[in-house]
Design a protein around this ligand. Structure first.
Ligand SMILES: [Zn+2]
Length: 360
């Protein structure tokens, strides 16, 4: 049996351990001890990701990430009815500690019942929230699993991420020419003005059902009374359509070229980088079928739907691992209103147990 009281307690213990991205060591130690007690052999890769293994053929990879976003220090979980919240000054950290605790409780309940189960590998990554950094640095030579479930979707466990976009980072830097703003502004060339002209021409917001574009950071200048020589901005765009991604990239390049023609003395540089790659689940894939069937066997209805975000699942898929991302019982992630629904958390653990013990 999945033990609800223990699960809630474990979850609360986990979120009380601070683990903002880059500072995951305490939580890594905590989960490593838990995995060792469960009889798994725990290792760390060079990046510090936790990788637990056991003997056996065709292991199933269970994964979640250890880091949380800010404000995420000194979290005080509060159980109110069937929900767990923070005290309102921090996030809760259910993203992704709902996933971690569901995996640990699933394994624990199977062990207590003495049930036969599929062998597992458990991977708890670092730095997911800052661009899937842990997964991108994961030592895949330590993995034997060809199939995986990542507990990192929002909402109940039966919310399955059916498609995830490609995410491209765009950084633009503009170099103009400094001059005294009051004495000889004619000699200057304002990098801020050029950057803002470019920004106003870029597409922004939701572009269509599967594409978005955002300029998130702008910087430039150093003092009020100088024509600024430097400016820069950071943008990102995402789409589940390769054609749209290509055309957005072309659009950006055209806008930059026009700015170069208009301001021949300026230097305008851009950098694109694909941070993660899109995927769309194939309903015929074995892992998708196994996940859906085990949910149905628990009386849950699989709800496969696209997401605008990326998870470690994008990276696992890129490495050829059949990976399904499921919900981790958390809602309003990345806000101080974040909350976990306890029955959903129990279902996430039950799902983990079912998937490991059923014959799928
Ligand atoms: Zn997450």
């Amino acid at each position: 049996m999945v033990d609800k009281g223990r699960l809630v307690q474990d979850f609360c213990d986990l979120v009380r351990i601070d683990s903002p991205s880059g500072e995951e060591e305490a939580v890594a130690q905590h989960v490593s001890r838990r995995l060792q007690v469960l009889g798994l052999e725990v290792a760390r890769d060079a990046h510090g990701n936790v990788i637990a293994s056991e003997p056996g053929d065709d292991p199933l990879l269970l994964s979640a990430h250890m880091d949380t976003v800010e404000p995420g220090r000194g979290i005080q979980p509060r159980v109110q009815g069937d929900r767990i919240r923070s005290d309102g000054t921090t996030i809760l950290g259910g993203d992704c500690k709902g996933g971690i605790s569901a995996i640990l409780e699933g394994l624990q309940s199977v062990a207590e019942a003495g049930l036969a189960r599929r062998p597992v590998q458990v991977v708890f990554t670092r730095g997911e929230e800052i661009g899937l950094v842990g997964a991108n640095n994961l030592d895949f030579s330590m993995l034997r699993a060809a199939e995986a479930v990542v507990f990192d979707g929002n909402g109940p466990v039966n919310h399955i991420t059916g498609a995830s976009p490609t995410y491209i980072r765009l950084d633009v830097t503009v170099k103009g020419r400094a001059a005294h703003a009051g004495v000889e502004p004619e000699k200057g060339l304002s990098a801020i003005r050029i950057a803002s002209e470019i920004i106003t021409q870029l597409p922004q917001g939701r572009l269509d059902a599967e594409s978005t574009f955002n300029v998130g950071v702008v910087s430039g200048g150093s003092v009020r009374n100088a024509v600024p020589a430097d400016a820069a901005f950071q943008a990102e765009f995402r789409s589940r359509s390769t054609e749209t991604l290509d055309s957005l990239r072309m659009q950006v390049l055209e806008i930059l070229d026009k700015a170069r023609q208009r301001y021949r003395d300026a230097s305008i540089r851009e950098e694109f980088e694909v941070m993660f790659q899109m995927y769309t689940l194939d309903p015929k894939e074995h892992m998708v079928q196994a996940v859906c069937q085990s949910m149905k066997d628990l009386g849950l209805t699989p709800n496969i739907r696209p997401s605008g975000g990326g998870t470690d699942g994008n990276v696992l898929r890129l490495h050829g691992i059949q990976c399904v991302v499921v919900g981790m019982a958390t809602n309003e992630m990345h806000t101080v209103n974040e909350y976990v629904v306890i029955p959903d958390l129990v279902n996430a653990a039950r799902f983990c147990r079912q998937l490991l013990t059923g014959s799928y």
